[in-house]
Design a protein around this ligand. Structure first.
Ligand code: NAD
Length: 298
């Protein structure tokens, strides 16, 4: 949104893009326009969890483009280092990258402590993790339920618990959770996501209520079908169960959206940046879908 030239075509780690997937559709995402607005985020400290690829990486990049110092984490050291180096090379900000499994409370605690030691505090925390497997109810094991709760709910609890005291000290903070369109509209064969992510929405609203007095805003962003490796996995699974090719599955998702294309990670990232910005200073406790209009409700 602001100045420093965040442009999607420069992303070195993009293995899978909306441009290729949307090639057969005439409607495209517009290019990023850095003149649009000043977000007031320069020199803020932003944690972006699970940020070695996909929406997390795009979000770390979008905050770097706004002049924030960024703390990234993921489990895989190699992809994380590559993503962090890519951002360091293109933006004049500091980037801290640590191997962290977000399902481990102690690891999240240590990570947040390192961020505070390095940057002197935490202003923004974006919680994120990989998605749960695509399953119907009887196919999902109890272990998978347990895992989904740890990955997609407890990880958010751990981050919120660690960062809120630091935000209270500054009387300023932003927490943005990344969930899914499933928080508004269940998706077929994603029962784990459909059920577990609703708990995040309850948490977001509760935190917004409890910590608004401390200047901490808490919101949730629900992506629709967004071109990342996660979507490729979902398409493979849907292709197996339906007999359609993966391209047909992608085309079906695009056709279902009023905007007639898949989303780009950049588009989710920019919504998160806006929610964290001074331009969204009276918004808290909300779920914003970035889904090209695919949610059918009012
Ligand atoms: P992705 O699979 O491309 O990236 C996931 C990231 O999470 C990677 O960086 C991975 O290393 C990291 N990660 C996974 N488990 C982790 C753990 N235990 N600890 C630390 N890091 C971990 O996924 P994405 O498409 O960028 O999606 C991000 C989130 O948004 C997921 O929860 C996904 O389910 C959700 N979502 C995605 C879409 C979509 O269409 N892509 C739609 C709705 C919701």
């Amino acid at each position: 949104m602001h100045s420093s030239g965040y442009r999607r075509e420069k992303s070195a780690t993009k293995s899978f893009s909306a441009e290729t997937l949307n090639a057969s559709h005439s409607i495209r995402a517009t290019d990023y326009n850095p003149q649009i607005m000043d977000t007031g985020l320069k020199n803020r400290v932003a944690i972006v969890a699970a940020s070695s690829q996909g929406i997390g990486k795009a979000t770390a990049e979008a905050f770097a483009a706004e002049g924030c110092n960024v703390a990234m984490c993921a489990r895989n050291a190699e992809t994380l280092t590559r993503a962090a180096d890519d951002i360091r090379q293109r933006y004049a900000v500091q980037v801290l990258a640590e191997v962290v499994d977000v399902t481990k409370a102690a690891a999240v605690h240590d990570f947040v402590e390192k961020v505070v030691t390095r940057f002197g505090g935490v202003d923004i925390c974006v919680t994120n993790a990989g998605g749960p497997p695509a399953k119907g109810f009887l196919a999902a094991t109890y272990e998978e339920w347990q895992r989904a709760v740890e990955l997609n709910f407890l990880s958010t609890v751990y981050f919120a618990h660690e960062v809120i005291p630091h935000m209270q000290k500054k009387h300023w903070g932003r927490i943005v959770t990344i969930t899914s369109i499933t928080t508004k509209q269940p998706v077929q064969d994603l029962v784990l996501s459909n059920a577990v992510r609703a708990a995040v929405v309850g948490l977001v609203k509760s935190l917004a209520n409890e910590f608004g007095k401390d200047g901490i805003l808490v919101n949730n962003v629900g992506p629709g079908y967004t071109a990342t490796d996660r979507l490729k996995d979902l398409a493979a699974s849907r292709s197996q169960s339906s007999g359609k090719t993966q391209q047909e599955v992608f085309d079906g998702w695009a056709a279902d959206a009023p905007l007639k294309r898949l989303g780009e990670p950049r588009e989710v990232a920019e919504t998160i940046v806006w929610l964290a910005s001074e331009r969204a200073s009276y918004i808290t406790g909300q779920t914003i879908l970035v889904d090209g209009g695919i949610y059918k409700g009012l």
